[in-house]
Design a binder for this molecule. Structure first.
Ligand SMILES: Cc1ncc(COP(=O)(O)O)c(C=O)c1O
Length: 387
């Protein structure tokens, strides 16, 4: 009988699979399901990005192994993009490394920095890889509740000193999935102070750096003075350039941490397919109107859902960024019960908040990954059902 390794026991995807199975069952029954559950972008990359990918694929020199670190032109393109966009200066040779996607870097970083029993501070609710990577490294997971009362920021003072002394990594993510929350710069400054005082590395996931609305401008964690001493930041082209299916990501920041991750990765694997890096270079160095257009599209979708729900008395906040709406469950049910009822009665699929951690209970997440008319239809059906 096959026995799974002990470290696999902590890895589950129970709630996500349960919701997805139900969604598929509804589809199989011929139901017109509006899928707002999985956060996979429905838009396509801009034509100049696709062209670079096709040119690369047609070049027969593209098919050898590539180096894990990334093409020099790719690393230079990331450096230039970060400087122009976020005012962060980076040395492409020491402070940037390519990744298959930011998720891959988040999965591996704990193996570089954590010994069994060391603590990793994880946001709850949070993106599931934040727990899975540290679990594989044998870390002790300490969950930092993100609640509306705290502005969806971790309460640093509430973390016991005994935990902070054993902490090797703090994971943060703003703009946030699933909360769609953003963080003020003062909070980032305080985190840098803590990281220096307790000698841990901050891993900031900045995957939604460009899905920002109205006039909101997020800060890169590395723009905080002193951050490079203690932090790395993960980013990717998946959301900014609609390249989730041809993932290219990267990590930037503290050169010692980047060296460790690079060493681990070069032992585990090779680099990203050359044409994908060419497409990424075209994306980062080409016209940026496509990024503005994508963000505007999500903003219109956000308005349809938020205004629609508020108009029927379901009070939800209007997020400044991300591609999600985090809505309190409007009934007395648990988030799973409500999501199941919503799917069965309206055909609208959302994710119950508890799938992201215990502090996600009481909420559901709408992913804004359908065209405007489908979202209007979703609002109409929800209104008819909730009355
Ligand atoms: C918060 C967050 N981080 C990382 C990722 C994964 O991004 P990538 O495609 O770069 O691996 C996602 C994907 O949804 C995400 O929501």
């Amino acid at each position: 009988m096959l026995e799974q390794a002990l470290r696999m026991q902590g890895l589950t995807s129970a709630i996500f699979s349960q919701v997805d199975d139900m969604r598929k069952a509804e589809l199989a029954r011929g139901r017109d399901v509006i899928t707002l559950s999985i956060g996979s972008p429905d838009m396509a990359p801009a034509p100049h990005i696709v062209q670079a990918l096709m040119d690369g694929a047609a070049d027969l020199n593209s098919y050898g192994y590539t180096l894990s670190k990334g093409l020099t032109e790719f690393l230079n393109a990331v450096a230039l993009w970060y400087e122009q966009k976020f005012g962060v200066e980076l040395d492409p040779t020491r402070e940037i490394h390519s990744l298959i996607g930011s998720q891959e870097g988040l999965a591996h970083i704990s193996l570089c920095l954590v010994n069994p029993g060391d603590v990793v501070l994880i946001p709850d609710p949070g993106y599931p890889i934040y727990s899975a990577g540290p679990l594989m490294a044998g870390a002790h997971l300490y969950y930092m509740p993100l609640t509306p009362e705290q502005g969806f920021l971790p309460d640093l003072e509430a973390i016991p000193e005994s935990i902070l002394k054993k902490t090797k990594i703090m994971i943060l993510n703003y703009p946030n999935n699933p909360l769609a929350a953003v963080a003020p710069i003062e909070f980032f400054r305080k985190v840098v102070e803590y990281a220096k005082r307790y000698s841990f590395t901050v891993c900031h996931d900045f995957a939604y750096s460009d899905l920002v609305f109205d006039d909101y401008k997020p800060a890169s964690f590395l723009s905080i003075p002193g951050a490079k001493d203690v932090a790395i930041e993960f980013n990717s082209l998946s959301k900014t350039y609609n390249m989730a299916g041809c993932r290219v990501g990267y990590v930037i920041g503290n050169s010692k941490v980047i060296e460790l991750l690079g060493r681990l990765k070069s032992n585990f694997d090779y680099g990203i397919f050359n044409p994908l890096q060419r497409a990424a270079i075209a994306a980062l160095t080409g016209p940026q109107q496509c990024v503005t257009d994508t963000a505007k599209q999500y903003q219109r979708r956000r308005d349809i859902i938020v205004n629609g729900l508020n108009a029927m008395g379901w009070c939800v906040d209007k997020p400044k960024a991300s591609m999600y709406v985090w809505a309190p469950v409007p009934t007395q049910q648990s988030s799973v019960e409500f999501a199941v009822d919503l799917l069965k009665n309206t055909g609208v699929a959302v994710i119950p908040g508890v799938a992201f951690g215990q502090f996600g209970e009481g909420f559901v997440r709408f992913a804004l990954v359908q065209p405007e008319e489908r979202l209007e239809e979703a609002v109409k059906r929800i209104k008819q059902w909730l009355g």
